[in-house]
Design a protein around this ligand. Sequence first.
Ligand SMILES: [Zn+2]
Length: 135
Amino acid sequence: MDKIIKSLITTSVVSAAFGLAGLLFHLSFFGVFIITTIVQFILFFIIGSFADYLGQLKLREIETQQLKEINKSFIDVECPCDKKIVESVQIKLGERNTYVCKDCGKLNAVYLNATSAATNVPIVKERDVVKENGI
Ligand SMILES: [Zn+2]
């Protein structure tokens, strides 16, 4: 609210200054005051819209960057060569993942193997389930 009042006061002061300047050229103070006020509102609207547009662009850029960062994940893999060098390799889902061993210089592919397993339920919770069912 303070910001709006300050903005209106500033706009009025600027318009009054232009109105006074208009008096030097034998123009109507209120005419110049009103026109200057309207021009300022239009300029503020255009500047505000442009700032919003730039903000939206920046926000989209940040969101795109965040999505790129989320897709990056690293995994430690062991080179199939004799030295079994372990390296951290960036994994990209949906792409063929390869890396060059720093020791032997061979190009290696990384294959992902997903498995599923039943989660364990704590014994205390299991007892509660048994009691609730009256078993
Ligand atoms: Zn190697």
